[in-house]
Design a binder for this molecule. Structure first.
Ligand code: NOJ
Ligand code: CA
Length: 713
C-alpha cells in the first residue's frame, strides 16, 4: 500500500513539474495545463492574480466499447507559438480586427490505446480559447461522443445573466441571479415556447455572462461551431463547476466524428472592465478567415417589412380563414375566400416599397407571401411550404419590377416550420426563384419542432443543416438571416453572407406579452458575443392594442431606448420594425432611424454594466460620421460620457434624442426630447435616462450658419 501511495505521489509530482503555462500577450492572463494522477488533463486560468477557472477537467466520453478520452494520457509533444495579424471584416463594428494570441498545443497519447488527442489553447488579451483535435490516426477514426466533459470550475457563487438550458430555443428573458439560485429559478425562466426541451434544472445556455464579487466579468461561450453539437453548460451547484452538455440527436448521441476532426473552441473571456467583453473580437478570431472570394454582393442594409402587423395580430400570414388545413398542390386557393387581413398583398407591399424609397431604406421584407400558412405550425407537417408558390394576391413579377423601379431590394422569407428535410428538398429551386425575382437576402425560420421528428434545433445534424443552407446560399450570392437557428459562434468571419441570426428573444416578444426592460442591456453580453442579431428595433407605438384591440401586450421600452438600439445592438442588418403610420406620427424621432448608419469603421464602448446600461459611439463606414447610443435598465440614471472620440479641433452639431424627464418604459414611453447643441471632443454630457430608456445622438460637422444659431453643450 505504502509503495502504491509513493508511486502515485511521484507521478503527481512529476506531472506538476511538467505543468505547462500559457500567458496572454499582455501578460495579464495565465493558463496552466497539467496531467494529474491517472493521466487526466486539467487546466486553470488566472487573471491579474485572481482565479477565473479553478483546476478543471478536460476530455470526452465515448460511446460503445471505445475507451473514453478522459484519462491515461501522457504528454508526447508540446508546441508553443505566437500570432499577430490584422484583418478586415466585410462588415462590422470596426474597420480592422487584430488577431493576436499566444498558442500552446499539447499532444496527448493515451496509454494502451495509443490514441492521440491534441488540446490547442489560444490565449488572447481578452481570454482563452481551446479545442480538442483528433488527427488522422489508425486507432481513432470513427467514434461517437457520448458527452464532452469540459469543465469550467468557478471560483465563487458569481452573479450570472442566464437563460435556462434548452435543446430547442433561446427565446427566453434573462434571469440575473447567483449561480446557487439557478436551480430554484430555472422553471420560472423557461416560459412557454413553440418548441422547447430542457435537460437539467441547473442547465444554462451560452454565451453565459457572469460577474464576480471581486470585480471580474467572465463570459463562457464557443467559437466555430461546425459539424458538432451546440454546447450547453450544466452546473454542479454544490461545487460551482460548469460542465459541457452537448445537444443530443434523436438517439441521444452527441456527435458522430471521423478523424481528422476537431471540436469547436471553448471560450472564456475575462476582464475587470465590462466594456472589454463587448469590444472583444476573440470569437471571430477563433474562426477561419473568409472563404467567399468575391464579397462585393454582401451589403449591410436597413429595411422595413410586412411583418410587425402580423406579429401584433393586426393582419395575418394566412390568405384565408376558410380552410382548417391546406395541402400544397391540392388546395385550390383561387376558390378560397380571402380573409381580408392578409398582409402580403401586392397593394400593401407597394405601400412599404414606397415608404422604404421615400425614407432611404434599402430593403423590404415580406412574410406570408407563399401558400401554406393556414396550418403552418403545430402539426409537424413534413411538406409544409414549397417556397416558390405565391398566394393569389401576391404578384411576384409586379412587385419585382416595382421594387426595382424604386431602387429597393426585396428580402425573401423562408419559414421552414422546422421541416428541415422539406427545406433541403426545395432549397435549390427556392434560391433560384429568389435570384430570378430580385431577392439577394433571405430570412429563414425554424419555428416548431424539427423534422425529421425527434431532432433538436441545436444537435449536430441541425448544425450541419444551418451550415449547408448558408454555404449553398453563398454559391447563389445570397445573404442569410436565420431565425430560431443555433446562436452564432463567429462563423460570419468565414461566411460573411451570414448577416444576421435571431436565436434569442427579439422584439417580437414585446407583442407576445413583453420582455424585461433591461433585456437589451444583457443581450450584447450574451447573444451578441457570437455575431449580430436581427433584433428588429424601432417600435414607436408601445400599446399594442392600438394596432390590434385583441392584443394587450406592452412594449417595455421608451422611444429613445428604441433609437439607441441601432447602436447598442450591432448588426449589419437593421430593421425599422414598426408600421409606417406610427413613424409618420413621430417624424422628428424617426429622423434618427433614417440617418443612422449600419456599417462602421470604429466603435468605442463608453459605459457598460450587464443588466444595467450600455453606451457606445460608432463611426460610420467611409463617411467618418459619428453616432452614439445608450440603453438603460430598470432604474433611472445619469449617463456621464465624454465626446473625446470626436476629431480634435472641430465643432460638431449634435442632435440628442433623449427621454423626457417624466419618461418611463411602462407609464410614459413616448415622452422624448430632441435638442441640437454644439460640441467638440472636449465636451462632456450628463444625460438622464429613464427606466427602460436611453438616448441616441447623431453628430455632424457644424457649418457657419449652425455655429451661430446653436448653443454649446
Ligand atoms: C418567428 C420569427 O422570429 C418571426 O420573425 C417570424 O415572423 C415568424 N417566426 C414567422 O416566420
Ligand atoms: Ca423567433
Amino acid at each position: 500500500m505504502k509503495k502504491l501511495i509513493l508511486i502515485a505521489c511521484l507521478c503527481g509530482c512529476l506531472t506538476i513539474a511538467k505543468a505547462q503555462q500559457l500567458k496572454s500577450p499582455d501578460g495579464k492572463l495565465t493558463m496552466t495545463f497539467a496531467l494529474e494522477d491517472g493521466g487526466k488533463p486539467r487546466y486553470s486560468l488566472v487573471y491579474k492574480n485572481k482565479d477565473v477557472i479553478k483546476p478543471s477537467k478536460l476530455g470526452l466520453e465515448l460511446k460503445d466499447d471505445k475507451k473514453s478520452l478522459l484519462s491515461d494520457f501522457t504528454v508526447t509533444d508540446t508546441k508553443t507559438s505566437s500570432f499577430d495579424e490584422n484583418w478586415k471584416p466585410v462588415w462590422g463594428e470596426v474597420k480592422t480586427i487584430r488577431n493576436h494570441y499566444n498558442e500552446l498545443a499539447v499532444t496527448l497519447t493515451q496509454k494502451e490505446t495509443n490514441r492521440i488527442m491534441i488540446i490547442r489553447f489560444r490565449m488572447f488579451n481578452e481570454g482563452l480559447g481551446f479545442r480538442y483535435e483528433f488527427p488522422a490516426q489508425k486507432n481513432l477514426t470513427y467514434f461517437i461522443v457520448k458527452e464532452e466533459k469540459t469543465q469550467f470550475a468557478m471560483a465563487g457563487d458569481h452573479t450570472a445573466f442566464w437563460i435556462a438550458g434548452d435543446y430547442d430555443t433561446q427565446e427566453y428573458d434573462y434571469t440575473t441571479s447567483k449561480l446557487s439560485e439557478i436551480r430554484s429559478l430555472a422553471a420560472k425562466n423557461r416560459k412557454e415556447n413553440l418548441s422547447q426541451t430542457s435537460f437539467s434544472p441547473t442547465g444554462v445556455q451560452t454565451s453565459l455572462m457572469m460577474k464576480t464579487s471581486n470585480g471580474l466579468y467572465i463570459n463562457l461561450h464557443e467559437a466555430a461551431l461546425i459539424n458538432y453539437a451546440c454546447m450547453h453548460l450544466n452546473l454542479d451547484d454544490k461545487n460551482m463547476i460548469f460542465e459541457s452538455w452537448l445537444t443530443p440527436d434523436v438517439k441521444g448521441d452527441k456527435g458522430y466524428m471521423q478523424a481528422p476532426a476537431n471540436s469547436p473552441w471553448r471560450t472564456v473571456m475575462v476582464s475587470d472592465d465590462a466594456r472589454d467583453i463587448l469590444a472583444s473580437k476573440m470569437t471571430y478570431n477563433l474562426n477561419d478567415p473568409g472563404k467567399i472570394e468575391d464579397t462585393s454582393w454582401i451589403k449591410p442594409i436597413k429595411y422595413v417589412g410586412v411583418w410587425w402587423e402580423m406579429i401584433t395580430g393586426k393582419s395575418t400570414w394566412a390568405y384565408t380563414d376558410e380552410y382548417p388545413s391546406v395541402q400544397l398542390g391540392i388546395t385550390d386557393y383561387s376558390k378560397a375566400r380571402p380573409n381580408g387581413k392578409h398582409g402580403a398583398n401586392t397593394t400593401n407591399v407597394k405601400k412599404y416599397i414606397d415608404f422604404a424609397a421615400k425614407n432611404g431604406f434599402g430593403g423590404v421584407l415580406v412574410e406570408g407571401w407563399n401558400e401554406g400558412w393556414e396550418d403552418w405550425y403545430g402539426h409537424s407537417k413534413d411538406y409544409v411550404f414549397d417556397f416558390v408558390t405565391p398566394y393569389p394576391d401576391f404578384n411576384v413579377s409586379e412587385i419585382r419590377d416595382y421594387a426595382k423601379s424604386k431602387g429597393i431590394k426585396m428580402i425573401m422569407h423562408h419559414e421552414t416550420s422546422g421541416s428541415v428535410r422539406n427545406y433541403e428538398r426545395h432549397i435549390d429551386t427556392a434560391y433560384k426563384f429568389m435570384k430570378a425575382n430580385g431577392y439577394d437576402a433571405v430570412k429563414s425560420g425554424y419555428v416548431g419542432n424539427i423534422l425529421p421528428r425527434g431532432e433538436n434545433h441545436y444537435s449536430q445534424w441541425l448544425i450541419n443543416h444551418y451550415q449547408y443552407a448558408l454555404e449553398k446560399a453563398a454559391e447563389y450570392k445570397i445573404m442569410v438571416n436565420a431565425h430560431e437557428a443555433v446562436r452564432p459562434t463567429g462563423i460570419a468571419r468565414t461566411y460573411p453572407n451570414l448577416i444576421g441570426n435571431e436565436s434569442a428573444r427579439g422584439t417580437e416578444y414585446q407583442a407576445f406579452g413583453g420582455s424585461k426592460p433591461n433585456h437589451v442591456t444583457v443581450l450584447p453580453f450574451t447573444r451578441l458575443i457570437g455575431g449580430p442579431m436581427d433584433y428588429t428595433p424601432g417600435i414607436f407605438e408601445m400599446d399594442i392594442s392600438k394596432l390590434n384591440p385583441a392584443n394587450h401586450s406592452h412594449v417595455n421600452s421608451t422611444i429613445a431606448n428604441q433609437l439607441a438600439l441601432y447602436l447598442t445592438m450591432y448588426s449589419p442588418l437593421q430593421m425599422a420594425a414598426d408600421l409606417p403610420e406610427n413613424y409618420e406620427r413621430f417624424p422628428d424621432a424617426f429622423q434618427f432611424i433614417k440617418d443612422v448608419a449600419v456599417d462602421w469603421d470604429d466603435s468605442q464602448y463608453l459605459e457598460a454594466e450587464p443588466g444595467q446600461y450600455i453606451t457606445v459611439a460608432r463611426m460610420a463606414k467611409g463617411t467618418g460620421q459619428w453616432f452614439a447610443g445608450s440603453v438603460n435598465g430598470d432604474n433611472s440614471r445619469i449617463s456621464n460620457i465624454s465626446f473625446s472620440f470626436l476629431a480634435p479641433g472641430r465643432t460638431y452639431e449634435a442632435t440628442i434624442y433623449a427621454d423626457a424627464k417624466d419618461a418611463h418604459y411602462k407609464t410614459n414611453p413616448q415622452a422624448y426630447t430632441v435638442r441640437k447643441v454644439l460640441v467638440t471632443n472636449k465636451s462632456k454630457l450628463a444625460q438622464l435616462c429613464a427606466p427602460g430608456g436611453g438616448y441616441a445622438i447623431s453628430f455632424k460637422i457644424a457649418n457657419q450658419a449652425t455655429v451661430k444659431g446653436l448653443k454649446k453643450l
